[in-house]
Design a protein around this ligand. Structure first.
Ligand code: A3P
Length: 272
């Protein structure tokens, strides 16, 4: 975490930029920022603050690993570097590229109810368009075509977790991908963090005292070394409206894909 990374006045400063030992690969709107900031509470973890988009953006990837490393935070020997780029999960070319960097890298995937995730995804796109004074379509127009859920809608496709995970599992063994329950992380972050520490072979150093429920925000915020930090207002914002009928259609649509995902990860989630 940032508190332990500051350069010391000792005669030998061993801090270096290192490639990540763990990557949060997605999903978009799953709670990737919350997970990264929470892992950063750990004294043996340092995180890349900005999304790096190395493996999924051609222009970045062509710059090579030296560029990638330069985006990383300074770490001491023994500290774990973590980056998060939610776009990695759904990009077909990414798994093999990550493997080529380091076949032992640990992968974190945070998932959330796919219907809620879709609405959150739409809400983010809507917000970006509104701030750029661009036109937008209501969600139900994008989602429902001639009475049916439109399988061509991009935000819908990003919620088909089994399809994306299948591509990662062609490259990485199942044990190398830790699935974090994003809905559980919202309700009570500590247990999910404890599991993540175990997966990452970290000493259990994050504690329940690192979290408090902020009633104004309606989410947990972080406490570390006397500092109080909530995620910014783009995290946990009100969702764009969607008629209950359309939401139910969506839930029905995801039933099959969800079962396939549960089989793939060997556990189930109580999604709509
Ligand atoms: P919503 O804005 O739809 O509620 P990402 O960082 O991957 O974009 O994910 C954003 C989501 O993180 C938010 O989606 C929010 O629900 C979730 N989240 C989880 N824990 C949070 C926390 N402690 N504070 C704010 N948002 C949190």
């Amino acid at each position: 975490s940032s508190s332990s990374s500051s350069s010391s006045s000792s005669s030998y400063n061993a801090t270096q930029l290192r490639l990540p030992g763990a990557i949060i690969i997605g999903v978009r709107k799953g709670g990737t920022r919350a997970l990264l900031e929470m892992l950063n509470l750990h004294p043996d973890v340092e995180v890349a603050k900005a999304e790096v988009h190395y493996f999924n953006v051609e222009e970045h990837f062509l710059r090579g690993l030296a560029w990638y490393r330069a985006q990383m935070p300074l770490t001491l020997p023994g500290q774990l570097t973590v980056e998060k780029t939610p776009g990695y999960f759904a990009s077909p070319q990414v798994p093999a590229r990550v493997w080529d960097m380091n076949p032992a890298v640990r992968l974190l995937l945070i998932v959330r109810d796919p219907a809620e995730r879709l609405v959150s995804d739409y809400t983010q796109v809507l917000h970006n368009r509104l701030t750029r004074h661009k036109p937008y379509q209501p969600l139900d127009e994008l989602l429902i075509k001639e009475g049916h859920v439109d399988p061509g809608y991009k935000a819908l496709q990003r919620s088909l977790y089994h399809q994306h995970l299948a591509r990662w599992l062609e490259v990485f063994p199942r044990e190398q991908i830790h699935v974090v329950d994003g809905d559980a992380l919202i309700r009570d972050p500590f247990p999910e963090l404890r599991k993540a520490e175990r997966f990452l072979d970290l000493e259990p150093r994050i504690s329940p005292e690192n979290f408090y429920y902020n009633t104004t925000k309606g989410f947990y915020c972080l406490l570390s070394a006397g500092h109080d930090k909530c995620l910014d207002e783009s995290k946990g914002r009100p969702h764009a409206p969607l008629a209950r009928r359309a939401f139910r259609k969506l839930c029905r649509y995801f039933r099959g894909p969800n079962m396939l995902f549960f089989e793939m990860v060997g556990r189930s989630f109580s999604w709509c």
